[in-house]
Design a protein around this ligand. Sequence first.
Ligand SMILES: Nc1ncnc2c1ncn2[C@@H]1O[C@H](COP(=O)(O)OP(=O)(O)OP(=O)(O)O)[C@@H](O)[C@H]1O
Ligand SMILES: [Mg+2]
Length: 246
Amino acid sequence: MSSTPALLEMRGVTAGYAQDIDVLRDVSLRVDAGRITGLIGLNGAGKSTLVKTICGFLPPKSGSVAFEAADISGLAPHKLIDLGICCIPQESSLFPQLTVEDNLLLPLLGRRKRFGGVMRDRLQEVFAQFPALHEKRSQPAGSLSGGQQKQLEFGKAWLQQPKLCLVDEPSIGLSPRVSEEIFTWIEKFAAAGMGILLIDHNVRRVVRMSDRVCVLSLGRITAEGEAAEFQGDLHRQVQEWLGLHF
Ligand SMILES: Nc1ncnc2c1ncn2[C@@H]1O[C@H](COP(=O)(O)OP(=O)(O)OP(=O)(O)O)[C@@H](O)[C@H]1O
Ligand SMILES: [Mg+2]
């Protein structure tokens, strides 16, 4: 565990949708600037719930969430963008009737002062990286293919220049080629200094690109460590972490 202050730190968080049922139990986890924390676990383990808890959709019942050493537990989701936290959720965050360009620029509305100078350059970068978005910039986002919609989510995030980006299942439903493009784009985010919390069912890819890996099983962190600790027989390790002994 690093001694430098974390960009994001969850400490002993317990959370759930119903008063008497906890989905997350005593979860502690950190994300550092410029580094990727990978979070893996079976369906229903609570990975998306963890993201929703960080984003203020689900206040912790106990424990705390800190961003840059300030407590953000239960802070309203719309306030996170001003702090520099961006979430690319498992479900779409796009407005299907709005154009591609309007979707890209929407989070920046009313925030021009903060984003003004570099906005045009970043928009050009997004269009250069994803030519289909440029081609279809005046079309409704809902008319894009699944892969292009995911590109739009990442383009939107890039424009926000967040310090922390929470990425939940980015490759779901995508072809291997488009998935790889998206994973490369996530690496670019980290190389630009962002801290990333990455959740994806492609465990091998997550472990390969993460600096730190956490395993969530039935709402508890059951294994975690630096990437170097994950060099052995991954298949066997994952089975052990997830309790799948054969
Ligand atoms: N809105 C909700 N209301 C009540 N229970 C919910 C809600 N969303 C999720 N749950 C429950 O919380 C638990 C964890 O769900 P969650 O979506 O966090 O899992 P996950 O690890 O993200 O799974 P997946 O890999 O399928 O995305 C599950 O038992 C799920 O049924
Ligand atoms: Mg999920």
